[in-house]
Write a protein that binds this ligand. Structure first.
Ligand SMILES: N[C@@H](CCC(=O)N[C@@H](CS)C(=O)NCC(=O)O)C(=O)O
Length: 263
């Protein structure tokens, strides 16, 4: 994780902070949200949402391949040693707040801005159920598919089949849902942002988008949004290689990530 006392690079997001109105009194620029981030499907959810909402933010890289997620300063914010997390200096009551778990962060940012998370109870429930579906289903199952297909040293046919099939089933659920609508839960929302990043690596999950035509169209629709492209590109340069590589670095990262027990 970057030292938070160090001056940080301005991100695209920070550009939104200054509003110049000639001759008028300038409203104080909102303090940027700190985004603890690494470019992965869970990280993209939040970089995309910040870009969509045009909120000012600064990136605090959490290099999970090098163990930044175990640093004491990060654990104070995210005790589960997983990114993403945020610190909003302008939280409820004007006081700072830190949040971990990408679903909770999306809901918070949606409530804070009134964007991409409807306030009406029925519409909100629509979004919530699909958001939780992603958090508890699509994300974890696709993660396991990545693990057993790409990263596990021993190729275990049962595990590969189990998670590839389960992701296939989940893609089928999304495909059916998108048959007669453009977005997962009514209007474009945090539910779409949550799911999108997990469809990006569909090939690594052993899936073909051609088998899911409604999902494919939705994926293209969401991918075409400028904020999605910006959020997806954020920090791409930070990541070198992938966990499945045969390099020494990848081997060390796999040891660090896949042998975790209670500390
Ligand atoms: N449920 C968490 C999952 C976050 C998560 O798994 N993050 C991964 C990267 S995608 C991570 O930080 N891994 C670090 C590790 O495994 O030690 C969320 O959605 O925020």
């Amino acid at each position: 994780m970057a030292d938070s006392r160090r001056p940080v690079r301005k991100t695209q997001g920070e550009r939104h902070a200054s509003t110049k109105v000639r001759g008028a009194l300038k409203a104080p620029s909102p303090k940027p949200i700190e985004l603890f981030y690494w470019p992965t499907p869970n990280g993209w959810k939040i970089s995309v949402m910040l870009e969509e909402c045009k909120l000012p933010y600064v990136v605090r890289p959490v290099n999970i391949a090098k163990g930044d997620q175990f640093k004491r300063s990060f654990l104070k914010i995210a005790p589960n040693n997983r990114m993403p997390a945020i610190v909003d200096p302008d939280g409820p009551g004007g006081k700072p707040i830190s949040i971990f778990e990408s679903g909770a962060i999306l809901q918070y940012l949606g409530r804070k801005t009134g964007k991409f998370y409807p306030a009406g109870e029925r519409a909100r429930i629509e979004v919530d159920q699909w958001l939780f579906w992603q958090m508890a289903g699509l994300g974890p199952m696709a993660g396991q598919a990545h693990h057993f297909r790409q990263y596990a040293k021993d190729k275990i046919p049962y595990a590969i089949k189990r998670y590839t099939n389960e992701v296939n089933r989940l893609y089928g659920v999304m495909n059916a849902r998108l048959k007669d609508r453009d977005f997962i839960a009514g209007r474009y929302s945090i539910a779409d942002m949550a799911c999108w990043g997990w469809v990006v690596p569909y090939k690594n999950q052993g899936q073909r988008l051609e088998d899911f035509p409604h999902l494919k169209k939705w994926f293209e629709r969401v991918s075409a949004r400028p904020a999605v492209q910006k959020g997806f590109a954020l920090g791409r340069e930070l990541r070198q290689g992938t966990l499945g590589d045969k390099t020494k670095e990848a081997e060390q990262a796999r040891k660090l990530l896949f042998g975790q027990r209670a500390r």
